[in-house]
Design a protein around this ligand. Structure first.
Ligand SMILES: NC(=O)c1ccc[n+]([C@@H]2O[C@H](COP(=O)([O-])OP(=O)(O)OC[C@H]3O[C@@H](n4cnc5c(N)ncnc54)[C@H](OP(=O)(O)O)[C@@H]3O)[C@@H](O)[C@H]2O)c1
Length: 265
């Protein structure tokens, strides 16, 4: 690390969007600290990007506090925090296990809250600094076959928007990112990829990462990737009953358990 480099903390950086962000941010001159649970996979990303790693389960508030204390001792100033760690629900409110429903909320929503609170002293020392929350289009609309995931993302979206107002006076900006389908380990989007007419709608983690870094540099507050998917949130906000009715008609098998890698999350 050089003395001019600013420090970025990225959660969920062992694969998918987080790993792609580690590459993109490192290319743009950031020194990254990468957090996740799988040490072997984090080490692979770190070796290619010159980053540091911390093994941390973001759903465990005490573990997050301990990790942040270690990182802040090495790097008192944190210029950028990316809350990206997340898991799918692998089912609906009826088919997913109670344990999974709890874990989805603890990781996708509460994990973002615990990580933000633990790293806040570092962000405050580095102002103007930034927080990026990777939410989802599923946080803006109706997704019956992945209801627990969608609910966790609705909560994370509310957190991200409220945080923007709360952190602005402290010199910390917040960017909310709502991606549509991206093909990754946790979210392979098999259903869309297997349908030739829908394959175009699935983006790569690298493409998403490049757009996120551009949005940080331009000081954006909220983006949907791809842009046209804003229609999901706009139509649901304006006509929630109609959208719910249309979605229910178009998904007659919503109560049936889907295979583990089914799309829609
Ligand atoms: N792919 C999509 O279609 C899509 C669309 C919209 C939003 N998103 C969001 O994008 C984010 C990244 O997902 P992805 O698509 O890149 O999936 P991914 O490749 O499965 O990556 C998820 C990352 O989160 C980490 N993670 C999961 N649980 C964790 C925990 N308890 N503590 C720490 N790290 C944890 C995983 O690492 P370990 O397993 O090593 O801990 C992994 O690095 C998620 O928040 C997801 O909801 C994805």
């Amino acid at each position: 690390m050089t003395s001019e480099q600013r420090v970025a903390v990225v959660t969920g950086a062992s694969s998918g969007i987080g790993a792609a962000l580690a590459h993109e941010l490192s290319r743009r001159g950031w020194h990254c600290v990468l957090l996740a649970r799988r040490a072997d996979r984090l080490k692979q990303v770190a070796a290619k990007t010159g980053s540091e790693i911390e093994i941390c389960d973001v759903s465990d508030a005490d573990a997050v506090k301990e990790t942040a204390a270690r990182v802040l001792e090495r790097h008192p100033k944190i210029g950028l925090l990316v809350n990206n760690a997340g898991i799918p629900s692998h089912g609906s409110f009826l088919s997913a296990s109670p344990e999974r429903i709890e874990q989805v909320i603890r990781t996708n929503y509460l994990g973002s809250v615990w990580v933000l609170r633990a790293f806040l002293p570092g962000l405050e020392k580095a102002t103007p600094s930034s927080v990026v929350n990777i939410v989802s289009v599923a946080g803006t609309t109706v997704v019956p076959d992945a209801g627990p995931y969608s609910a966790s993302k609705h909560a994370q979206l509310a957190f991200s928007r409220a945080l923007r107002a709360e952190l602005k006076p402290r010199g910390i900006s917040v960017l909310t990112v709502n991606p549509g389908p991206v093909t990754t380990e946790g979210f392979p989007q098999t259903r869309l990829i297997n349908k030739r007419s829908m394959r175009w709608a699935v983006l790569s983690p690298e493409r998403i990462a490049a757009k996120i870094v551009k949005a940080i540099e331009r000081g954006k507050s909220e983006i949907v990737l791809p842009r046209w998917m804003r229609i999901a949130g706009i139509s649901t906000g304006l006509f929630p009953a109609t959208v719910t009715r249309v979605v229910a008609k178009g998904d007659p098998g919503r109560d049936v358990e889907r295979p583990k890698d089914a799309g829609g999350e």
